[in-house]
Ligand binder design. Structure first.
Ligand code: NAD
Length: 295
């Protein structure tokens, strides 16, 4: 079994780290929050006092951080992981960040003679706990082959999406689809209400017709049809509206840089911006149905 370093023990990182421990690996862990470090001790990890200290003896180093700026600060600079590294672990960044930063950090790793992949995840806190994430990976074939063995205990599917940054590119495209389809599904259910359609009937039709999509079949935004969807629990997140907005912004940033026309992605970003600005950032992203209903 391997020695793993893990940095970023938040809502996603902690359960992912626990699954690596469960798979029999040893983990050296770090988070800037004292409470997260204490929890990791309870979980059976060895906790260290700063990020580079996870490197000692590591075969793989995971990072699961909020955004690009955090990834930059942990990897780059004189006190960053790349400068402090004297061994050759595979670096696996599972954070959801912008494609540009992912490519910049991967290039810095390569310049230092180190291997790195970007490996953002889909499946939320539930998927992290159950070890059923979908993981989209960007990096060389050799880096992917090294990372895959460490990603398997966390996931039900690991996809090699191409070179450095392509994991983040796939994640941005997927979540742009999700934001757009959720708004579309919410609009259809609100229209149905106004036309006198029963939620259950509209669900039965759309889940079995050409309008079918994940936002209907797995995450229906009205109570009833999909018992596990947050609509049945007062829109308690789940996946917060703030996170959806973050991912839609990443998609727009990528679209702008690549010269891609994504008008519906842009519209979804402005609708989620309004929802967040109205104070609903902590609500599940499907709660936007109430906003569209005007209630
Ligand atoms: P979180 O805020 O709960 O956890 C992030 C952790 O990183 C925190 O514990 C924080 O203290 C720590 N941290 C920040 N800066 C650090 C540093 N310099 N050194 C060490 N630790 C540091 O966030 P999360 O929900 O776990 O999400 C992590 C990433 O996963 C984000 O990029 C998010 O977009 C992505 N993601 C989240 C979900 C979800 O449902 N929560 C789903 C898919 C992807």
């Amino acid at each position: 079994m391997a020695n793993i370093g893990f940095i970023g023990l938040g809502n996603m990182g902690r359960p992912m780290m626990k699954n690596l421990l469960k798979a029999g690996h040893s983990v050296r862990a770090f988070d800037v929050m004292a409470a997260s470090r204490e929890a990791a001790v309870q979980d059976g990890a060895t906790v260290v006092n700063d990020a580079p200290a996870v490197l000692a003896g590591a075969d793989a180093v995971f990072t699961m951080l909020p955004a690009g700026e955090h990834v930059r600060s942990v990897y780059l600079g004189a006190n960053g992981l790349l400068a402090k590294c004297t061994n050759k672990p595979i670096f696996i960044d599972c954070s959801t960040i912008d494609v540009g930063t992912a490519r910049e950090v991967a290039r810095a790793a390569s310049d230092a003679g180190l291997e790195m992949v970007d490996a953002p995840v889909s499946g939320g806190v539930g998927g992290a706990a159950a070890g059923t994430l979908t993981i989209m990976v960007g990096g060389t074939d050799a880096a992917f082959a090294r990372a895959k063995a460490f990603l398997d205990p966390l996931s039900r599917l690991v996809v090699h999406a191409g070179g450095a940054g392509n994991g983040q590119a796939a994640k941005a495209c997927n979540n742009m689809i999700l934001g757009i389809t959720m708004i579309g599904v919410c609009e259809a259910f609100v229209l149905g209400e106004k036309l006198g359609l029963d939620h259950a009937k509209l669900f039965e039709v759309t889940a079995n017709s050409s309008g079918q999509c994940w936002s209907i079949s797995n995450y229906c935004p009205v109570p009833g049809p999909v018992p596990a969807s947050p609509a049945n629990n007062d829109y308690k997140a789940g996946f917060t509206a703030a996170m959806m907005l973050k991912d839609l912004k990443l998609a727009q940033q990528a679209a702008l840089a690549a010269g891609a026309s994504t008008p519906l992605g842009a519209e979804a970003q402005s609708i989620y911006s309004l929802f967040n600005a109205a104070g609903y950032g902590d609500m599940d992203f499907s709660g936007i149905i109430n906003f569209l209903r005007g209630s």
